[in-house]
Design a protein around this ligand. Sequence first.
Ligand code: AMP
Length: 178
Amino acid sequence: MILSTPSVAEIRRAIRNIPNFPKPGIQFKDITPVLADARLFSGSVDLLIDGFKPGMVDAVVGIDARGFIFAAAAALKLEAGFVPIRKKGKLPFQTYEQEYDLEYGTAAVAMHVDALKAGSRVLIIDDLLATGGTAAAASSIVRKCGAEILEIAFLIELGFLNGRKRLEGLPVRSLVLY
Ligand code: AMP
């Protein structure tokens, strides 16, 4: 490793705020500048998996879609498998599905029924924790398989939305808090 580990403050400075995207009133956290910088990208993955070493984790579960980027990189670093949890209707094989509430209506996420073995040790990674609905639904699917959730890690947490409340009892890590 020739790149020095970045600080959380450096990662935070690289996150771009886009007001009113994708709709009025939402401030979108754009992580693409973090991804474009080799040191920040690799370093943010190191911070997301800090404390875990190869051999400690069987699979890293990434949540559609930006979660895939960090989770796949984490899986390589940890020499673990990568498992996608996608929005319902995208995966080709048999799936477990879990609905969750949105501000208006519901959404659902899905995972292949054979993606995780009972007892496997799993990290779940997404780019951002907002209301926690997506991560709670993902956690419930992972537990349906009998897998053990070691941690759920996010690059960004919007603390004012209290997403952690929906993940009560689960170990949650976030790097950059707003
Ligand atoms: P939630 O289920 O409310 O916790 O929403 C989390 C999911 O929505 C994550 O997969 C994020 O990628 C996305 N998301 C929610 N709010 C934002 C935001 N302000 N900026 C970027 N992504 C967001």
